[in-house]
Ligand binder design. Structure first.
Ligand code: PMP
Length: 446
């Protein structure tokens, strides 16, 4: 496969962009990333003219794939050519907010921002303001964007910044605990309950090879938050309008968070984030409340139009049925391939997300687990094999994924996510043929 132009662009980029990219994960895979020229349905065409089946899908936002329905395209074009922004309110942001409030069970009011990171920054500030407490509980291995309160690793007793540039004195306010571990959650509330402002948690850990919640776990966390006066903050930046359809993961799991963060899909492919939840909390943002929050581009008309029309199309056209069905076919097919050619590897995911996690260093057999559809059901005969914590994935052969797997899949004409941790996403633009071709590619690579 000719890739000269990607290589040349990367060489040029290395002189003017740190690491040659504008977001850290994009530099993988080495020796140089694939530069994209355009998208087409479930495919992308790279700058060398190679057509590739694309399961990266913008790292989540592109639920529709790369071809927009006419209604989305028309709304974007009219808003893009009419301004495109004013620093004053517009009708489309009201309509978008009304749509989200109508569909997402816990959301009565929301504030739009420009990224998932901005959303979690503001959600943390709001939880601290509402409770007048400092500490935030997060999940080990979780990701909530590039922000000071959550780029923290270690454990409750020894939290430390996971990047340089964050003072240790910030990290001490963040308490990382293992996902799916009720005992650990009880313990952190016992030790720090009076100072915990909130628990910031993804309903499904989607940045760590995809870890699904065990039955009863989220309910237990919600109860503990209630008991101790802490806010339950669900980060639905990835799961929002993907897992559980228009009601999001909170509709699927029947949990009622106090605050939720959104991003990705709600902007229809344009930069977006949002913090939504109960009026009594969200109203505390300025100007109705005293928690400062603002942004020049927030509620940008083009983004609002793209997001709203995308969500409307999804609700009316059975998009989630299509993507979930292909997701199931991928997980089932991959499970067969893995059982045959690489027993010990793990197929994870749910709805329209899938991932192949490489053999764990401890060698425990994990294949087939999630394709059974059990999703952490103890009565499933593969229950023990399901990854339970985000950190399980760090014990996988992540270097093998980076060195061999992704470049090989690309040679087969299939783009999968950049590293062992990020999900693969199914879109409305994908077809059963893309699934078959992808399974064939996995077969050849494994
Ligand atoms: N929260 C979660 C769960 C995410 O997966 C991400 C990004 N993948 C973010 C927050 C940050 O979003 P953004 O990259 O738009 O800032």
């Amino acid at each position: 496969m000719n890739r000269e132009r990607s290589r040349d662009l990367y060489d040029r980029a290395l002189s003017v962009l740190p690491g040659g990219v504008n977001s850290a994960v994009r530099a993988a895979p080495q020796p140089y990333p694939t530069f994209i020229e355009r998208g087409d349905g479930g495919h992308v065409v790279d700058t060398d003219g190679n057509r590739l089946v694309d399961w990266v899908m913008g790292l989540g936002p592109m639920l529709m794939g790369h071809d927009m329905p006419d209604s989305v395209r028309a709304a974007i074009q009219s808003h893009a050519s009419e301004g495109p922004m004013y620093g004053m309110p517009t009708e489309v942001e009201v309509e978008h907010a009304e749509f989200v409030c109508r569909h997402v069970p816990s959301v009565e009011m929301l504030r739009f921002v420009n990224s998932g990171t901005e959303a979690t920054v503001s959600a943390v500030r709001l939880a601290r303001a509402v409770t007048e407490r400092n500490k935030i509980v997060v999940m080990q291995g979780g990701y909530h964007g590039a922000q000071e309160s959550t780029l923290v690793e270690g454990d409750v007793d020894h939290p430390r910044p996971s990047t340089s540039g964050i003072p240790q004195s910030f990290a001490k306010h963040t308490l990382p605990v293992p996902f799916n571990d009720e005992t650990a959650m009880h313990e952190v509330f016992e030790a720090h309950g009076d100072d915990i402002a909130g628990v910031l948690i993804e309903p499904v850990q989607a940045n760590m090879g995809i870890v699904t919640p065990e039955a009863g776990y989220h309910e237990a966390v919600a109860d503990l938050c209630d008991e101790h006066g802490a806010l339950l903050v669900w980060d639905e930046v990835i799961t929002g309008f993907r897992v559980g359809g228009p009601q999001c993961a909170q509709g699927k799991y029947g949990v009622d968070p106090d605050i939720s963060t959104f991003g990705k899909i709600i902007g229809g492919g344009y930069p977006v984030g949002a913090i939504g939840g109960k009026t009594e909390y969200i109203e505390q943002f300025a100007p109705s409340g005293d928690v400062f929050q603002a942004g020049t581009f927030s509620g940008h008309p083009v983004t609002m139009a793209a997001g709203l029309e995308t969500l409307r199309f999804c609700a009316e056209e059975g998009v989630h049925d299509h993507v979930n069905d292909l997701g199931r076919q991928l997980r089932e097919g991959l499970t067969e391939v893995v059982a045959d050619q690489a027993p010990g590897y793990t197929v994870t995911g749910l709805d329209s997300m899938f991932k192949l996690v490489f053999t764990r260093a401890d060698g425990s057999p994990q294949s087939e687990c999630c394709a059974n559809g059990c999703r952490q059901d103890p009565s499933c005969d593969r229950y023990d094999a399901c990854p339970k914590r985000g950190t399980d994935t760090t014990r996988a052969a992540t270097d093998r994924y980076a060195r061999i797997f992704r470049p090989r899949m690309r040679e087969e004409g299939v783009l999968v996510s950049q590293n062992q941790y990020e999900c693969n996403f199914v879109s409305w633009g994908h077809t059963a043929e893309d699934v078959e071709r992808t399974l064939e590619a996995y077969k050849n690579c494994l």
